[in-house]
Design a protein around this ligand. Structure first.
Ligand code: AMP
Ligand code: MG
Length: 322
């Protein structure tokens, strides 16, 4: 196993800094200041600031590593008031910066997912949760030769020790760790639930019914004998929930045959669950294939579990999907 301590430390610094910027934006959010991207998902000041901050930190510490991020600077370049705010939020985390520098950092995250080694970034996963002041995550992962080697999830609104804000780190071959997102309090390892049967499981899914088929998940839960209500949260906080045993199943069932999951929505979270002892596959039970570029082109849907019940859950998913 290669020593990834420099990569991990860089990713943690970057995600923490981005999380502070996201929190600052959320504190100022009087109305959802969203503009529409082509795919109609809301993009906020915080998405852009987060991507700029993380790309800047990766450029400083690991200048040769490409970054495959969700955002690009195209729309922002023509939105002067929005750009001014993004630059202000970035400047709070780094020394004074120019607008051109910020745009260049954002566009540093537009590499294609073709290199042997690259980072993939969702600067705010769960933008809708962010706008509702609920759950969202800053998700950063290192992929080498099609395998996720490092996963870092910053979850600013996830409860931890009586406060809000949890950081999850996973390095392949080591246990998943959880710590306070905002301070240097010691980390602890987390582990998935130990369950013998799926009827004891609690499952989580997207808040957005357009992102996961909630009617189908209800039928699967019934088939498995699960009596408890699903736990609906936005973003890769669902992977964090399975990793630390707030839930033991995460179901993401396709709502459209042509949707392809994005690598930045799953790379970090999947390693966080696997390194906590769980299993992650697609809805057919196949491993996630990170060798296909920016999407999981060969996979449909996602099923993450605490591991021991995985085969039982996949069997129920296959029955439900016919
Ligand atoms: P979640 O917070 O789990 O609902 O997931 C948010 C992510 O869903 C976003 O980052 C999008 O990339 C992704 N997404 C957008 N449209 C779809 C869709 N039709 N099916 C599944 N995921 C989607
Ligand atoms: Mg996302």
């Amino acid at each position: 196993m290669s020593d990834q301590s420099r990569e991990l430390a860089t990713a943690v610094t970057a995600v923490r800094s981005a999380a502070r910027a996201c929190r600052a934006v959320q504190e100022r959010l009087v109305r959802p200041e969203a503009l529409q991207k082509g795919d109609k998902s809301p993009v906020t000041v915080a998405d852009f600031a987060s991507q700029a901050i993380i790309c800047a930190e990766l450029e400083r510490a690991l200048p040769r590593d490409p970054v495959v991020g969700e955002e690009d600077a195209d729309t922002l370049r023509h939105e002067a008031p929005l750009l001014k705010e993004v630059v202000e939020r970035v400047a709070e985390q780094r020394d004074a910066v120019s607008a051109e520098q910020v745009l260049a950092w954002i566009d540093r995250g537009t590499a294609s997912a073709t290199s042997e080694r690259y980072w993939t970034l969702d600067p705010i996963d769960g933008t809708k949760g962010f706008l509702r002041r609920e759950q969202y995550a800053i998700a950063l992962a290192l992929i080498e030769r099609g395998r996720v080697e490092i996963g870092v999830l910053g979850c600013p609104n996830l409860p931890l020790d009586g406060g809000l804000g949890a950081l999850f780190t996973a390095v392949r071959g080591q246990p998943t760790r959880m710590q306070d997102l905002w301070s240097e309090k010691p980390a602890r390892t987390v582990s998935v639930a130990k369950l013998e049967r799926a009827d004891q499981a609690r499952f989580c899914e997207s808040v957005e019914s357009g992102h996961s088929d909630q009617d189908e998940s209800a039928r699967i839960a019934e088939d498995l004998g699960i009596k408890t209500e699903p736990f609906r949260i936005d973003s890769q906080c669902k992977y964090a929930a399975v990793a630390r045993n707030d839930a033991s199943i995460y179901l993401r069932l396709p709502t459209r045959a042509d949707y392809r999951e994005k690598i930045w929505d799953h790379a970090a979270g999947s390693l966080v669950v696997e390194s906590a002892g769980g299993r992650v596959t697609d809805a057919d039970g196949a491993p996630l294939d990170f060798t296909r570029g920016a999407t999981l082109a060969h996979n449909r849907g996602i099923v993450a579990t605490c591991g021991s019940i995985h085969d039982e859950v996949i069997a129920a998913v296959l029955r439900a999907r016919g």
